[in-house]
Design a protein around this ligand. Sequence first.
Ligand SMILES: Cc1ncc(COP(=O)(O)O)c(C=O)c1O
Length: 420
Amino acid sequence: MLNKTKVSDPKLYEIVEKELKRQESNIEMIASESTVPVEIMELSGCIFTNKTLEGYPGKRFQAGSHVADELEILANERGKELYGCDHINIQPYSGSTANYAVYATVLKKDDRVLSMRLDQGGHLSHGSKANFMSRFFNFDHYSIDKETEQIDYDGLEKKAEEFKPKLIIAGGSAYPRLIDFERIRKIADKVGAYFMVDMAHFSGLVAAEVIPSPVPYADFVTSSTTKTLGGPRAGFVMCKKEFADALDHGVFPGSLGSMHLTTMAAKCWLFKYAQGEKFRSIMRQIPINAKTLASELENYGFRIVSGGTDTHIVLVDVRNKNITGKDFDDALDYVGITVNKNQIPFDPLGPAVTSGVRIGLTSTTQRGLREKEIKQIASIMNRVAENTKNKEELSKLSKEAKELISKFPLYSDEDLKEIM
Ligand SMILES: Cc1ncc(COP(=O)(O)O)c(C=O)c1O
């Protein structure tokens, strides 16, 4: 794939090669990452990159669109089949832009939106002060219950009754449990709000029917394609049929420009692949691996936020080990286990330090790691937590981690020839 670049720009090729080596030798446990099939990379760089296109099949703004029309129609059909939705739009460039497209569809300036607090697992694009959307719409947030560390649905209902939002958003970046979509749908109906689910993180698990789908309950469902779904760097949005035309207008021209036909081709391939047994068996294994990691870490004395997980995410409170999330994140990185520091609900520490880490099990499961290896990773993590400042011990643990992951190649030799 990079044969030409290797000759025309060896310096850049070297950087790409370095990243390949980094991924190969590290245990990647960032919850939003995955290891994609080679076809995703092939299609993400395919000939469609030469084509500029706006609009929709049959209603394009540029000529020469008949082949791209075939692509978009096929991808839409496959996406609808995969999720059983009324309507899908696969033009969004990412999960965030899929969210903005829904805002463009249903909201007017200063409208009220209710979403989960960012520091309790929500997402920046759901109205964080740091995100420019908060300048246009009036966001308020619901919380996690202090005891269960799961969504406080009674609190959500009370807040919705008082705040009277036009849109309620469920879904987040660091929420490891199932969401009661039916309950939130009822709350949305009670207060006359639209209901949107951002399933960016768990859309792969939904596709494989490993966890319940929000599609029957939500007016709009948005997603990235890069997380559990394991696809290109892109997104998509689905809706009930009554919103189809409005949503398409909200995507283009409402919030986006010309579509990225290359990642659209990769999404088309992905939506077929995700209906197959290979994908589905990996998805079934992800929560098994996540539960294994959670219970092992708990046995080692870590506290697992919400007491466990139903998804690919394990949110760990590291305070019992007398360290911060940053200390743990840095020490694990030194060892070659990549996670991210993350605030836990009601965290006394800020986002730069944190009391926790967020661990994702997608990439390791895709590489073939099962319960036995996950238990070994938990044991390494525990020793790292107890030796965050001991470089000698960390170096030994790094050797152990690298030995473990070397048995699970990132890509086969045949695939590597394609990639590089
Ligand atoms: C819940 C949620 N929504 C949206 C996004 C943004 O997705 P993207 O990075 O594809 O824009 C993320 C990314 O982490 C996320 O966790």
